[in-house]
Write a protein that binds this ligand. Sequence first.
Ligand code: NAP
Length: 314
Amino acid sequence: MTALRTALDTALDRTVLPGYSRIGYLVRRTSWPADDPRPDALRGRTAIVTGASSGLGKATALGLARLGATVRLAVRNLDKGRTALADIEREVPGAELVLDRCDVSDLEDVRRYAKELEAGQIHVLVHNAGVMPPKRALSPQGHELTLATHVLGPLLLTDLLRPKLAGGRVILIASGGMYTQQLPTEDPEYRNDPYRGATAYARSKRIQVALTPLLATRLAPDNITVATMHPGWSDTPGLTSSLPLFTKLTRPLLRTPAEGADTTVWLAATTPEPPTGKFWHDRQPRPTHYLARTQESPADRQHIWQYCLDATGL
Ligand SMILES: NC(=O)c1ccc[n+]([C@@H]2O[C@H](COP(=O)([O-])OP(=O)(O)OC[C@H]3O[C@@H](n4cnc5c(N)ncnc54)[C@H](OP(=O)(O)O)[C@@H]3O)[C@@H](O)[C@H]2O)c1
């Protein structure tokens, strides 16, 4: 990037509204074409996308299928999954698509899914499934639902698939909302403070980002890389149902699902492989903190890491 482009890119990132919207995407996009993955970059490769029945997950599955990947759509609702699969097939005739059932918030279901997956390598695992419950809700194992969906299930699934993932890439979909939150070291299950869905969501996304370097270190012996990204604001069913007023007011500025999924697809397919353990947005590594009050210590990270390992039985 030229110095001017870098300065513009940084300004977009710090000013949030333009950067997270379509404006940021469209401005940055002008410097990308040479960097796009080859059209057949994922031919012969297999990818799993969780939460692929809707929004960004469906757009990610489509983007990976366009690059030739066999895509396994891991969904909790098979009817919605079938519709998404048919939509992708229409866009990419002949795409190799497989529909899998998995509720990633349910650790038992994650164990079943990992066990039932047939032999063969998984080259890309995208942890996209996401929720923002209006009231504090619990997973079947009694964990707060955003923690279970965004952190515990993905951690367990990654670890169980580790032999299949050797040499592959793991990508977690976080959110820029995590910038507002500190790592909830003393209360990862959100038991103490009055519950707010948006806060629970952002805290769990902060945990994803804080644990990324630790997960990268854990998986490095198997040459598995880990990337966490945030997609900006994209017009998806999830955004509309979680933040209806925000979606209504900002709709003309929101990214399309394909634009929001762009960096995920790029991280999955680009060569050379991006460095492991980083936090990405619009194809660039980004700082993990902008506010002094959200900083955590290595001991805090270790504490949450241990909590999650214990909670998942790893
Ligand atoms: N849209 C944005 O602007 C934005 C911004 C920042 C981050 N994100 C993140 O991007 C990801 C996708 O969000 P989206 O906006 O595309 O929302 P969405 O349209 O609601 O899609 C979320 C997907 O996750 C699935 N899901 C939820 N819980 C699941 C579970 N326990 N097991 C399996 N699948 C599950 C949903 O399945 P059902 O259809 O069965 O509910 C749905 O397919 C999320 O992680 C979200 O936090 C989105």
